[in-house]
Design a protein around this ligand. Sequence first.
Ligand code: NAD
Length: 558
Amino acid sequence: MSSQPTARTAAAKASDFPTGVALLRDPTLNKGTAFTMAERNALGLRGLLPPHVFSQDEQVQRVLKNLRVLPNDLDKYVNLNALHDRNEALFFRVLTDHPDEMMPIVYTPTVGLACQQFGLIFQRPRGIFIGANDRGQVASLLRNWPYKDVKIIVVTDGERILGLGDLGANGMGIPVGKLSLYVACAGVHPNQCLPVMLDVGTENEALLNDPLYVGLRQKRVRGPAYDELIDEFLMAAQDVFPGVVIQFEDFANVNAFRLLHKYRERICTFNDDMQGTAGVVLAGLLSALRITGGKLTGQKILFLGAGEAATGISDLVVSAMVEQGLPRDEARRHCWLVDSRGLVVKSRTDLAEHKRPYAQDFSFLPDFPSAVEALKPTAIIGVAAVANTFTQPVLEAMARFNQRPIVFALSNPTSKSECTAEEAYRWTGGRGIFACGSPFDPVTVNGQTFVPRQGNNSYIFPGVGLGTIACGARHVTDEMFSAAAWALTRQVTEADIAQGSLYPALSRIQEVSAHIATAVAKVAYDKGLATKPKPADLSAHVSAQMYDPRYRSYVQNL
Ligand code: NAD
């Protein structure tokens, strides 16, 4: 594993290596009370720190002790952010050692609250803010970023932040949080990560009237001016950071679909809301099939919802079926969608572009329960953000049609979940195979204890990013997400399966991401999409690139 501190050992010999207070104030180098006596002597730190030298493990314990007494998750978020600003290695050590506890704080659900309160809790900027009024100068803004080896950018325009809608520039919390997960889950180096906010205004009146709002106080720029800013940003990013991967995040439907289709063949880009979600859900389906013994091409999947998640998942399921020999048109007949107006069928004239490939030659049905009864699906997947829609009759019907019905209630947050884990297991008589979008505790039904796990995008996108960087892929393809899904399901153990868990334990996330990254890079090499020379041992090459937040000595060679 590589680590920034190792590189710094040599740097410590250089005359420009910071010393004294400047070193303590550099979050990328600071170790706080863990500077050794030798380092304190050599680097002008004597007297600037209390005398006792702590280990990083002891510092982690101090952080945890402080965090755990805080009254709420937003306070914990603020506290962790401040740590990130003070001591980057310690921040990532806390995250990598305690993913189950920390991920809900640095990302969903707490990051949603943090975005809503962004103007209030703002302390230090992180990332690049590009305003609608910066057109013509985007490249120069990007050049202000202090790290030149940026390999992954997460960008949002803040229009559809989680399920919270338009949060304008406050949405910057999302790219920041997501990039922390790239580091914590897959060991992408922190200096290679750049969060970007494209502030084109907001329609959110409350924010426009909020004296603490950090963004432009104007309505959203739309039409050609918006497209030109996006285009300028994407081209400038390629220019300033050659080979960078750009992940679109939390754009509204109206832009998300068309931007992905416009740019996916031109630059190295993907949309996690569609493709990352699709990867994690495909992996969950593949794990479920290990229980049912069925084939992917034998499934009839009914979605509640027909937005970014539902069509993204359908597209990847179709690609995976095509890989297994099914013609594309026939594969599409396995994915059925219900939106707010009813079943997506050919006779409807009100269908948005992204739904049309899934318009089935079938009679119109007005709602989800009637579609379940008529279609007898093998799997239902809820991604409409409408709570309590997997009702007792729906789940009992699924259990009538299937020996082991597949039930994924993926809507976030918990209050939007289609059903609880308890309902999914109980109303199917303990035969349901369940995955969720929000965390649920284990459930015991008929004497058997089930451990439901979240179909969390963090299982997929960090590994995809690491793999793409490791081989210098020119594009991120569906085949890579399909390979990522297969790699993820292979990491689900028999013990996981036996307790009804369709995903591995989060505590193994770095190991899991390394497998995914290797699978993704292999596709890139096999398809001629890689720009870096192929290493003899791809898996070792991937692992060797992973950031290690443990401290290294800055002075051992002096
Ligand atoms: P979206 O806004 O793109 O799509 C929502 C869809 O739901 C739209 O097609 C809309 O027509 C449909 N809908 C709304 N009300 C409905 C109703 N009453 N009946 C049927 N359909 C209805 O949003 P999205 O990005 O697709 O996300 C949807 C949900 O899925 C969110 O709650 C999100 O948090 C969740 N999600 C979970 C994961 C995960 O668990 N890994 C990943 C992505 C999204």
